[in-house]
Design a protein around this ligand. Structure first.
Ligand code: PMP
Length: 428
């Protein structure tokens, strides 16, 4: 299958050492040794265009971030039970990007922990346990959160307190996304209440990334949020994917919907690869939790992580990366739409900024999913050293999510590779 001997040996070693639960990308897995900006390099020095990794959001190994990390790591790294200014400087700067109602921040190491913390806080504030998530949501790895992450597949049994709603899909579902999504949330609330479960929260990735990327029409989330609040529950925006400027119109995906969430969770791009994540909340929601519980996360909010987080924000500002996400994202989507004019397999092009979904179909009229086509395209691009992936219920939605330092010339490189692979795709 085209896998070279050196990589076959590595795969065997991985299986021997890491066991069976890990999955590699691509039929011919990619072996990486170095990254810089939007480029990743294999051991032979071949460059791969990274059109997928939203973690290294300000670019792989950004020198300003690496320098901040090295500087702080050589001076002090402890935890949050001593006084220090770094965590406060970072908290002030980070909270400055949020609406004033969201004025407390707590730090974790992963997005999963941030969601787990939000879950605990929502339970303590509402007295309920019921959570509503989308049908193909992913929110993390802890027991509680994996049980509200149906995208993990058949091995996961959803929690008894969890209800799912269909994704707000304007392509397959047609217009009326806001009303339909709110009606689905209302139905989930009613079903929950009928089972004796008190609603605690609606938890969504505000770009619906693992459901297949749904960002339009802007504002569609508002009626669903009203519904959960009427039922006494909270709205938790999971910004792990869209956060830190990816959608190009603002720092956070929820802004697109004109909403102020009750809690916001974030991670991935927050540290550009360094494990820092967090949860921002309205103070009144945290009050009871804080009175009853001592929160300590050994590594969360440590001085090195805070220095890194601060440096990431500085780069987003100094390099104008939110604006770049908007303009380069629009340029990229225009180019993909031009390809859609020539290739029937492209059923829909959607997204915001540099969070782009491209849905492949076997047939435009029936919208039958182009699952095999998507796999062939993802692997075909990989053979041309261009890295993307696919998601959605039929794994037929290309997930295009490059570092935010992606520029029009990189978009041109990506579009040329797409144009080269598109003619040879299987139907279906
Ligand atoms: N929420 C969303 C929307 C995610 O995409 C992820 C990670 N894929 C998480 C939460 C969990 O983050 P982590 O892997 O840092 O625990």
């Amino acid at each position: 299958n085209g896998v070279a001997e050196r990589e076959r040996a590595l795969i065997a070693r991985r299986e021997r050492l890491l066991g069976p639960a890990y999955r590699l990308f691509y039929a011919n897995p990619v072996h990486l040794v170095r990254g810089e900006g939007v480029w990743l390099y294999d051991p032979d020095g071949n460059p791969y265009l990274d059109v997928y990794n939203n973690v290294a959001s300000v670019g792989h190994c950004h020198p300003h971030v690496v320098a901040a990390l090295a500087r702080q790591a050589s001076v002090l790294n402890t935890h949050t039970r001593y006084l220090g200014e770094g965590i406060l400087d970072y908290a002030e700067k980070l909270l400055g990007y949020f609406p004033p109602e969201l004025s407390h921040v707590m730090f974790t190491c992963t997005g999963s922990e941030a969601n787990d913390l939000a879950y605990r806080v929502a339970r303590s504030y509402t007295g309920g346990t019921g959570f509503i998530v989308t049908r193909l949501a992913y929110h993390g790895v802890t027991v509680a959160i994996s049980e509200m992450s149906p995208s993990l597949g058949n091995g996961i049994t959803l929690g008894e307190n969890v209800r799912t709603v269909p994704a707000p899909d304007g392509y397959r579902g047609g217009p009326g996304v806001a009303e339909r999504f709110a009606a689905d949330v209302r139905a989930a609330i009613a079903e929950m209440q009928a089972a004796g479960i008190t609603p605690a929260a609606l938890l969504v990735d505000t770009a619906f990334t693992s459901d297949g990327v749904f960002t339009d029409p802007a504002g569609f989330l508002a009626p669903a949020v009203e519904a959960i609040r009427e039922a006494g529950g909270l709205f938790i925006a999971d910004e792990v994917q869209p956060g830190f400027g990816r959608t190009g119109d603002a720092m956070w995906g929820f802004s697109r919907h004109g909403l102020v969430p009750d809690m916001v969770t974030m991670g991935k791009p927050m540290g550009n690869g360094h494990p820092i994540a967090g949860m921002v909340a309205r103070p009144e929601i945290l009050a009871r939790f804080g009175e009853r519980t001592r929160y300590f996360n050994t590594f969360g909010g440590n001085p090195v992580s805070c220095a890194v987080g601060q440096a990431v924000l500085e780069v987003i500002e100094s390099e104008g990366l939110v604006e770049n996400a908007r303009t380069t994202g629009a340029y990229l989507m225009d180019g993909i739409r031009r390809l859609a004019g020539r290739f029937e397999v492209i059923g829909d092009v959607r997204g915001a900024g540099l969070m782009v979904g491209v849905e492949l179909v076997a047939d435009r009229a029936s919208k039958a999913p182009g699952t095999a086509a998507a796999a062939a395209l993802v692997n075909g691009l990989r053979e041309r050293r261009v890295l993307i992936s696919a998601s959605g219920p039929h794994a037929n939605v290309l997930k295009i999510r490059p570092p935010l330092v992606f520029r029009p010339e990189h978009a041109d490189h990506f579009l040329a590779a797409m144009e080269a692979v598109l003619p040879s795709l299987p139907r279906g």
